[in-house]
Ligand binder design. Structure first.
Ligand SMILES: Nc1ncnc2c1ncn2[C@@H]1O[C@H](COP(=O)(O)OP(=O)(O)OP(=O)(O)O)[C@@H](O)[C@H]1O
Length: 287
């Protein structure tokens, strides 16, 4: 297709008197991963629910693969993959039966359930009932479910939350592979390493508004500042100092410290997405 896979314009949602999403606009291109970041309650889930047809927008609009999300068009559900904690799995069915059942809802005749389970590391549990699965395995099932219809757009809400590091890394690789084959991905995560590693661009959402949207590199250049952390011997103890790296006065001070006999360690700290978010909003991503 030409044009954006996801196109959002002035999108709003109100729960009674609460305006949870306040007129946001953004696009996601085919093959692009957009990291959708913000603290609890920022409006990420509400936005995803509107884009996946679960909530009708209160104002503005959005198109996914050219389909107006407020039209209940079944083609939308057939062409998107959603990993959202609120979607349930059938606990008495096996992993494979779950995927085959979901595939049947999309009218897919011969779903590659084994292939999808292999991609999330559950191939050897294909015949086991989901009720015997651990929390992380159920999370992997949710991800596999999002892949079963070979979607053109993926909505992934904290896909690696609660997974062990090796499994999380494998899932990130899978998400990147999907993007490489042209899938547009909207990814929410509280893991800033993951956001930085995977996102082509990042949107910071705060209190229902997008406060910044750019590549991680550009955000770091524009809002981030590098610093140097110095540890010095002081009497019987240790003193720590942090100095901005791009600052003339700091350079003079750091130059003097280099030759100090009390200098223990000195290391540079890069701007992180979390630092930038705090700077932009005065809030941490976790709360
Ligand atoms: N069903 C609901 N009824 C009333 N208010 C709601 C409902 N769902 C969410 N809200 C409110 O809307 C705002 C946005 O919530 P939302 O779930 O979209 O945030 P979020 O960014 O996804 O947060 P989290 O990181 O915790 O998942 C919050 O103030 C929340 O309390």
């Amino acid at each position: 297709m030409t044009g954006p896979a996801i196109s959002v314009s002035g999108l709003r949602f109100t729960y009674g008197a609460l305006e949870a999403v306040k007129g946001i606009s953004f696009d996601v291109a085919p093959g692009e991963i957009l990291g959708f970041l913000g603290p609890n309650g920022a409006g990420k889930s509400t936005t995803i629910k509107m884009l996946t047809g679960q909530l009708r927008p209160s104002g503005g609009g959005a198109r996914v693969l050219g389909i107006d999300v407020s039209t209940d068009d079944p083609e939308l559900q057939a062409r998107i993959g959603v990993c959202f904690e609120e979607k349930n799995l059938y606990l008495n069915m096996s992993a494979k039966e779950n995927l085959e059942f979901f595939a049947s809802l999309y009218g897919i005749k011969d779903p590659d359930a084994d292939g999808v389970l292999r991609r999330v590391g559950l191939a050897d549990r294909a015949s086991d009932r989901v009720k015997t699965f651990s929390k992380g395995m159920r999370q992997r099932m949710m991800i596999s479910r999002a892949f079963i219809n070979s979607p053109d757009v993926l909505f992934l809400d904290e896909p690696t939350d609660g997974l062990d590091p090796a499994t999380a890394a494998a899932i990130r690789t899978t998400i990147q592979e999907e993007a490489d084959r042209g899938v547009a991905v909207l990814l929410t995560t509280h893991d800033m390493f993951e956001a930085d590693q995977l996102s082509d661009r990042v949107a910071f959402l705060n209190a229902g508004e997008i406060v910044a949207l750019d590549t991680p590199e550009n955000l770091k250049l524009r809002y981030g500042s590098r610093s140097v952390k110095v540890r010095l011997r002081e009497g019987d103890g240790i003193r720590e100092e942090t100095w901005p790296l791009d600052d003339a006065a700091a350079a003079t001070r750091l130059g003097a410290l280099m030759t100090s006999p009390d200098l223990l360690t000195m290391h540079t700290e890069e701007a992180t997405l979390e630092h930038i978010f705090i700077r932009l909003t005065g809030r941490g991503l976790a709360g």
